[in-house]
Design a binder for this molecule. Structure first.
Ligand SMILES: [Mn+2]
Length: 244
Protein backbone atom coordinates (compact mmCIF):
# COMPACT_ATOMS: atom_id res chain seq x y z
CA UNK A 1 0.00 0.00 0.00
CA UNK A 2 1.04 3.59 -0.55
CA UNK A 3 -0.01 5.63 2.45
CA UNK A 4 0.19 9.39 2.91
CA UNK A 5 0.35 10.64 6.49
CA UNK A 6 -0.73 14.21 7.21
CA UNK A 7 -1.53 16.12 10.40
CA UNK A 8 -2.31 19.51 11.90
CA UNK A 9 0.14 19.57 14.82
CA UNK A 10 3.15 20.07 12.53
CA UNK A 11 5.83 17.77 11.15
CA UNK A 12 7.69 17.53 14.45
CA UNK A 13 4.69 16.34 16.45
CA UNK A 14 4.96 13.24 18.61
CA UNK A 15 1.65 11.84 17.32
CA UNK A 16 2.83 12.02 13.71
CA UNK A 17 5.88 9.93 14.58
CA UNK A 18 3.78 7.30 16.34
CA UNK A 19 1.44 7.09 13.36
CA UNK A 20 4.23 6.82 10.78
CA UNK A 21 5.99 4.08 12.77
CA UNK A 22 2.70 2.22 13.25
CA UNK A 23 1.91 2.35 9.51
CA UNK A 24 5.27 1.24 8.06
CA UNK A 25 4.34 -2.50 8.41
CA UNK A 26 1.46 -1.85 5.98
CA UNK A 27 3.36 -0.25 3.10
CA UNK A 28 5.30 2.77 1.90
CA UNK A 29 4.56 5.72 4.13
CA UNK A 30 4.98 9.27 2.84
CA UNK A 31 4.57 12.33 5.04
CA UNK A 32 3.23 15.76 4.16
CA UNK A 33 2.80 17.94 7.22
CA UNK A 34 2.53 21.61 8.11
CA UNK A 35 5.71 23.40 9.17
CA UNK A 36 3.99 24.94 12.20
CA UNK A 37 1.21 24.01 14.59
CA UNK A 38 -2.11 24.33 12.73
CA UNK A 39 -4.65 22.99 15.23
CA UNK A 40 -8.23 24.32 14.98
CA UNK A 41 -7.59 25.63 11.46
CA UNK A 42 -10.39 23.43 10.21
CA UNK A 43 -10.58 23.15 6.41
CA UNK A 44 -8.74 26.41 5.57
CA UNK A 45 -6.84 26.43 2.28
CA UNK A 46 -4.24 28.88 1.01
CA UNK A 47 -5.28 30.32 -2.34
CA UNK A 48 -4.27 33.99 -2.20
CA UNK A 49 -0.59 33.52 -1.53
CA UNK A 50 2.16 31.09 -2.50
CA UNK A 51 2.96 28.09 -0.34
CA UNK A 52 6.58 27.32 0.49
CA UNK A 53 7.57 23.70 0.90
CA UNK A 54 10.75 21.76 1.52
CA UNK A 55 11.74 18.11 1.58
CA UNK A 56 13.34 17.16 4.84
CA UNK A 57 15.24 14.05 5.90
CA UNK A 58 12.50 11.35 5.87
CA UNK A 59 11.17 11.35 9.42
CA UNK A 60 10.29 8.38 11.66
CA UNK A 61 11.14 5.79 8.99
CA UNK A 62 8.98 7.30 6.25
CA UNK A 63 9.90 6.98 2.55
CA UNK A 64 9.84 10.76 2.04
CA UNK A 65 8.79 13.79 4.04
CA UNK A 66 7.43 17.06 2.70
CA UNK A 67 7.08 20.08 4.98
CA UNK A 68 4.41 22.60 3.98
CA UNK A 69 4.26 26.18 5.20
CA UNK A 70 0.47 26.10 5.09
CA UNK A 71 -2.66 24.59 6.55
CA UNK A 72 -3.49 20.90 7.12
CA UNK A 73 -5.67 20.81 3.97
CA UNK A 74 -2.78 22.42 2.02
CA UNK A 75 -0.52 19.63 3.29
CA UNK A 76 -2.95 17.00 1.97
CA UNK A 77 -3.28 18.73 -1.40
CA UNK A 78 0.48 19.08 -1.81
CA UNK A 79 1.31 15.62 -0.51
CA UNK A 80 -1.00 14.03 -3.07
CA UNK A 81 0.44 16.24 -5.83
CA UNK A 82 4.18 16.37 -5.11
CA UNK A 83 4.88 12.68 -4.48
CA UNK A 84 4.50 10.93 -7.81
CA UNK A 85 2.58 8.04 -6.26
CA UNK A 86 -0.89 6.46 -6.47
CA UNK A 87 -2.00 6.65 -2.87
CA UNK A 88 -4.35 4.00 -1.48
CA UNK A 89 -4.96 5.72 1.82
CA UNK A 90 -4.39 8.99 3.66
CA UNK A 91 -4.17 8.90 7.46
CA UNK A 92 -4.26 12.13 9.44
CA UNK A 93 -2.88 12.41 12.98
CA UNK A 94 -2.38 11.24 15.54
CA UNK A 95 -3.73 14.51 16.86
CA UNK A 96 -2.87 15.71 20.35
CA UNK A 97 -6.39 16.13 21.70
CA UNK A 98 -9.64 14.34 20.99
CA UNK A 99 -11.82 15.33 18.04
CA UNK A 100 -15.26 14.25 19.16
CA UNK A 101 -18.71 15.85 18.76
CA UNK A 102 -18.42 19.45 17.50
CA UNK A 103 -14.61 19.41 17.90
CA UNK A 104 -14.84 17.84 14.45
CA UNK A 105 -15.96 21.17 12.97
CA UNK A 106 -12.80 22.97 14.11
CA UNK A 107 -10.36 20.14 13.60
CA UNK A 108 -7.50 20.48 11.12
CA UNK A 109 -6.84 16.77 11.58
CA UNK A 110 -10.32 15.81 10.38
CA UNK A 111 -10.23 18.41 7.57
CA UNK A 112 -6.91 17.07 6.27
CA UNK A 113 -8.57 13.65 5.95
CA UNK A 114 -11.73 15.08 4.37
CA UNK A 115 -9.60 16.95 1.82
CA UNK A 116 -8.06 13.63 0.76
CA UNK A 117 -11.54 12.15 0.27
CA UNK A 118 -12.60 15.21 -1.76
CA UNK A 119 -9.56 14.55 -3.98
CA UNK A 120 -10.56 10.90 -4.38
CA UNK A 121 -8.41 9.06 -1.84
CA UNK A 122 -9.88 7.14 1.12
CA UNK A 123 -8.88 8.63 4.45
CA UNK A 124 -8.89 8.19 8.21
CA UNK A 125 -8.42 10.83 10.93
CA UNK A 126 -6.98 9.66 14.27
CA UNK A 127 -6.90 11.64 17.53
CA UNK A 128 -6.02 10.91 21.13
CA UNK A 129 -6.67 12.72 24.41
CA UNK A 130 -2.91 13.06 24.56
CA UNK A 131 -0.15 11.52 22.47
CA UNK A 132 2.06 10.48 25.44
CA UNK A 133 -0.13 7.43 26.13
CA UNK A 134 2.24 4.44 26.35
CA UNK A 135 -0.16 2.10 24.53
CA UNK A 136 -0.72 4.39 21.54
CA UNK A 137 1.80 2.78 19.18
CA UNK A 138 0.65 -0.85 19.85
CA UNK A 139 -3.03 0.01 19.76
CA UNK A 140 -2.67 2.01 16.54
CA UNK A 141 -1.03 -0.96 14.80
CA UNK A 142 -3.81 -3.25 16.08
CA UNK A 143 -6.52 -0.85 14.96
CA UNK A 144 -5.00 -0.18 11.54
CA UNK A 145 -4.60 -3.92 11.03
CA UNK A 146 -8.33 -4.43 11.63
CA UNK A 147 -9.35 -1.44 9.49
CA UNK A 148 -7.04 -2.32 6.57
CA UNK A 149 -7.79 -6.08 6.71
CA UNK A 150 -11.56 -5.47 6.48
CA UNK A 151 -11.09 -2.50 4.09
CA UNK A 152 -13.22 -0.46 6.49
CA UNK A 153 -11.58 2.71 5.19
CA UNK A 154 -13.38 2.38 1.84
CA UNK A 155 -16.59 4.38 1.64
CA UNK A 156 -18.28 7.61 0.66
CA UNK A 157 -16.64 9.56 3.47
CA UNK A 158 -13.87 9.19 6.03
CA UNK A 159 -13.44 7.44 9.36
CA UNK A 160 -12.90 9.62 12.42
CA UNK A 161 -11.08 7.60 15.09
CA UNK A 162 -10.57 8.71 18.70
CA UNK A 163 -8.69 7.01 21.49
CA UNK A 164 -10.41 7.29 24.89
CA UNK A 165 -9.83 9.60 27.82
CA UNK A 166 -6.28 9.23 29.16
CA UNK A 167 -7.45 7.96 32.56
CA UNK A 168 -7.77 4.49 31.01
CA UNK A 169 -4.61 2.33 31.01
CA UNK A 170 -5.75 0.72 27.73
CA UNK A 171 -8.84 0.97 25.53
CA UNK A 172 -11.54 -1.52 26.54
CA UNK A 173 -12.42 -2.13 22.88
CA UNK A 174 -13.68 -0.43 19.75
CA UNK A 175 -17.13 1.07 19.18
CA UNK A 176 -18.70 2.27 15.95
CA UNK A 177 -20.18 5.60 16.94
CA UNK A 178 -22.01 8.71 15.80
CA UNK A 179 -20.90 12.32 16.24
CA UNK A 180 -21.98 13.59 19.66
CA UNK A 181 -23.59 16.94 20.46
CA UNK A 182 -21.17 18.43 23.00
CA UNK A 183 -20.36 22.08 22.21
CA UNK A 184 -17.41 24.40 22.70
CA UNK A 185 -18.58 27.61 24.31
CA UNK A 186 -16.52 30.77 23.70
CA UNK A 187 -15.39 32.04 27.09
CA UNK A 188 -13.93 35.58 27.17
CA UNK A 189 -11.03 35.89 29.59
CA UNK A 190 -9.95 39.13 31.28
CA UNK A 191 -7.50 41.21 29.30
CA UNK A 192 -5.47 44.33 30.26
CA UNK A 193 -6.57 46.16 27.13
CA UNK A 194 -10.21 46.68 26.16
CA UNK A 195 -9.44 46.15 22.47
CA UNK A 196 -7.57 42.86 23.01
CA UNK A 197 -9.55 39.70 23.55
CA UNK A 198 -8.55 36.32 24.88
CA UNK A 199 -11.08 33.66 23.99
CA UNK A 200 -10.93 30.24 25.58
CA UNK A 201 -13.12 27.29 24.70
CA UNK A 202 -15.05 25.64 27.48
CA UNK A 203 -17.16 22.55 27.04
CA UNK A 204 -20.93 22.46 27.32
CA UNK A 205 -22.09 18.92 27.90
CA UNK A 206 -25.30 17.37 26.69
CA UNK A 207 -27.23 14.23 27.45
CA UNK A 208 -25.51 12.24 24.70
CA UNK A 209 -26.84 9.27 22.75
CA UNK A 210 -25.30 6.05 24.07
CA UNK A 211 -23.69 5.33 20.71
CA UNK A 212 -21.97 8.72 20.52
CA UNK A 213 -18.24 9.32 20.27
CA UNK A 214 -18.45 11.34 23.52
CA UNK A 215 -19.78 8.37 25.52
CA UNK A 216 -17.17 6.01 24.02
CA UNK A 217 -14.42 8.52 24.88
CA UNK A 218 -15.62 8.85 28.48
CA UNK A 219 -16.15 5.11 28.96
CA UNK A 220 -12.74 3.96 27.69
CA UNK A 221 -13.47 2.80 24.14
CA UNK A 222 -11.86 3.67 20.84
CA UNK A 223 -14.57 5.31 18.73
CA UNK A 224 -14.86 5.06 14.97
CA UNK A 225 -17.32 7.54 13.48
CA UNK A 226 -17.90 7.48 9.72
CA UNK A 227 -18.23 11.06 8.45
CA UNK A 228 -19.56 12.20 5.09
CA UNK A 229 -18.83 15.38 3.15
CA UNK A 230 -22.40 16.21 2.12
CA UNK A 231 -24.01 18.11 5.02
CA UNK A 232 -27.49 18.27 3.50
CA UNK A 233 -30.27 17.68 6.03
CA UNK A 234 -32.40 15.32 3.95
CA UNK A 235 -35.10 15.03 6.62
CA UNK A 236 -35.53 18.78 6.54
CA UNK A 237 -35.90 18.79 2.75
CA UNK A 238 -38.75 16.33 3.19
CA UNK A 239 -40.29 18.40 6.02
CA UNK A 240 -40.14 21.63 4.01
CA UNK A 241 -41.58 19.97 0.91
CA UNK A 242 -44.39 18.51 3.02
CA UNK A 243 -45.47 22.03 4.10
CA UNK A 244 -45.73 23.30 0.53
MN1 LIG B 1 -3.95 19.38 16.47
Amino acid sequence: MNILVVNDDGYQAEGLGILVRALTPFGNVYVSAPKDHQSAKSHAITIRSRIETFMTEPIFGSTATLVVDGTPADATRLGLKVFNVDFDLVVSGINYGQNIATDILYSGTVAAALEAKILGVDAIAISAHNTHLPYLYDETIKLMDEIIEAKLYEGPGILNVNFPRDTFARPKGVKITQMGQRLQHAEFLKSERPDVYHIKSSIISYQEDLDSDVVAFDEGYVSITPLIINRTDFNRIKAILAIE
